[in-house]
Design a binder for this molecule. Structure first.
Ligand SMILES: Cc1cc2nc3c(=O)[nH]c(=O)nc-3n(C[C@H](O)[C@H](O)[C@H](O)COP(=O)(O)OP(=O)(O)OC[C@H]3O[C@@H](n4cnc5c(N)ncnc54)[C@H](O)[C@@H]3O)c2cc1C
Length: 466
């Protein structure tokens, strides 16, 4: 620690490392309640996971749901999360996050004035009711633009571009975090504040951490954006921080091969799409959820599957940004008959048509003896649509252990004063593998913990100023 670190003049009330989902939201919450914020972003023009995400987030008990006649509650949401994660959750943290999902939606819509809507026709896999919310184009790109614009416009937020956070500054014993070291275009400097929010994303690009915690996915295509180098974990561990749920990850089983730049999104199976492998055979109950689906698709010949749907589903999915991008990239093709679709994609015609007929019957009867699927749309009608998909690693879900106020904890469960974490930097609510991820957990946790951090910070600042 350098001498200049010992007598810091605060540069702001809060330093936020990373201007993605958690950082933007945390900065906006804290600033809204009166805090001055320096929001530090290494690569302002580069994509974040927020930008490449589907941009859909959960809200349990929102006014949009009430208007649509949907009964929901934080308790029901927490139950869905717990079931999906097979009980492997930090219950107090989950309860705190669940309680913030509706206030998050209302903060975005009513305080920030964003055009938020409920996707009332989509019950995402694993959710008891329709509770995914988003912006009009249902895209992370649009949500990212809107949050960035709100942060730039806020008088108490200074968004510092091309500012890479390189280390934490801490003082005392036990250590209390008092600032950050940053690298700008031509210089380095120290910034000081009573609190720091780590929002630099997960560790999906950190080969060492992946090999240690998620060896099954260390060679999988990574479709997340930004650095995701696990820097927050490394910095905080040097102060004795604990980590939790490190093997948890968000997979994606609807990614278009080979480059994985586009994907179909999670909405197709709940509406009635099914999948076959290169041999024309089904291999899974397609409604299990997009995250765990990734491993099943990767296990098929060539690591790919053909996702099959119809014009009704195509029309529904076309509302969503990721699906539109997949269409624009030429991955989605259509044919008038099952036979023609099989020929178009080079799948054995006889096997595919037999599978198609059996799946249609399963959908008509609402029972699937072959794969045990439970959620069906209406039976598919020609013309049919299809696209190849593969499995990929989207985002890691393990990270720094936090309490129900998003404060980072040491291995002895004591709080590291002055240090908060949210988003990929913090442990999520998705259990210990790909199967524990409930759609929406990524942004739900990012916004929820960022909200809790902002509220706790304001409480402690008010206490000090009083
Ligand atoms: C393909 C894909 C689809 C997804 N779809 C959904 C979805 O529909 N719904 C959902 O809930 N979740 C979804 N997620 C997950 C969601 O995007 C993440 O959970 C969320 O974005 C995590 O937020 P974050 O702030 O931790 O990271 P990010 O949003 O990635 O932001 C991190 C920011 O920190 C910056 N940064 C990193 N290191 C530094 C540093 N040292 N100094 C300064 N800045 C730094 C990065 O440049 C980046 O801007 C998806 C993820 C992926 C990859």
């Amino acid at each position: 620690m350098s001498a200049q670190d010992l007598s810091p003049q605060p540069d702001a009330d809060l330093l936020v490392a990373g201007a993605g989902a958690a950082g933007l939201f945390g900065a906006l919450v804290a600033a809204h309640h009166g805090a001055s914020v320096l929001l530090l972003e290494r690569d302002l023009d580069g994509p974040s996971n927020l930008l490449v995400s589907g941009g859909l987030f959960p809200g349990a008990g929102t006014r949009f749901q009430r208007d649509a006649g949907i009964t929901d509650s934080p308790e029901l949401f927490a139950q869905d999360v717990t079931t999906k994660a097979d009980g492997k959750v930090d219950a107090p943290v989950l309860v705190a996050i669940a309680a913030q999902t509706a206030p998050t939606v209302h903060f975005l819509a009513d305080t920030l004035g964003l055009p938020i809507k409920l996707l009332g026709e989509l019950v995402a896999p694993g959710h008891a009711v329709a509770r995914m919310h988003g912006t009009p184009k249902e895209s992370g790109r649009e949500l990212h633009q809107m949050l960035r614009a709100a942060a730039r416009a806020h008088p108490r937020i200074t968004l510092m571009a091309d500012t890479e956070v390189t280390a934490l500054i801490a003082q005392g014993s036990p250590a209390r975090v008092t600032g950050l070291h940053v690298r700008e275009a031509r210089s380095t400097r120290a910034l000081h504040a009573p609190a720091v929010l780590l929002a630099t994303g997960g560790f999906a690009s950190n080969a060492e951490l992946l090999a240690e915690y998620i060896p099954d996915m260390k060679r999988a295509l990574h479709i997340g954006a930004g650095a995701n180098d696990g820097c927050a974990i490394v910095w905080a561990r040097s102060l004795g921080a604990d980590v939790a749920f490190m093997p948890g990850y968000q997979g994606q089983g609807h990614v278009n091969p080979p480059a994985g730049r586009t994907r179909l999104g999670m909405a197709l199976p709940p509406k009635g799409a099914f999948m076959v492998n290169r041999e024309g055979r089904r291999f899974i109950s397609e409604d299990i959820g997009p995250s765990e689906l990734a491993a099943y698709v990767l296990a098929q010949p060539g690591g790919v599957a053909l996702e099959v749907f119809d014009a009704r589903i195509h029309e529904f999915a076309s509302r969503q940004g990721p699906y539109r991008e997949a269409c624009e990239a030429g991955h989605v093709k259509s044919a008038d008959t099952p036979e023609a679709l099989a020929r178009l994609f080079g799948v054995p015609e006889a096997a595919f048509t037999a599978t198609f007929a059996a799946f249609r019957q399963a959908a008509s009867e609402g029972r699937d003896p072959e794969q045990g699927r439970k959620q069906f749309g209406p039976p598919l009608e020609s013309p049919l649509y299809g696209a190849w998909v593969t499995g990929a690693l989207a985002h890691t879900q393990g990270g720094l252990r936090v309490d129900a106020c998003a404060r980072v904890l040491r291995t002895d469960a004591s709080v590291i004063e002055g240090l908060y974490a949210a988003g990929g930097a913090a442990a999520s609510i998705s259990g210990t593998g790909g199967a524990g991820y409930l759609p929406g957990n990524g942004l739900g946790q990012s916004f929820g913990l960022a909200m809790l951090a902002g509220q706790h910070l304001i409480g402690s600042l008010t206490g000090k100023r009083a």
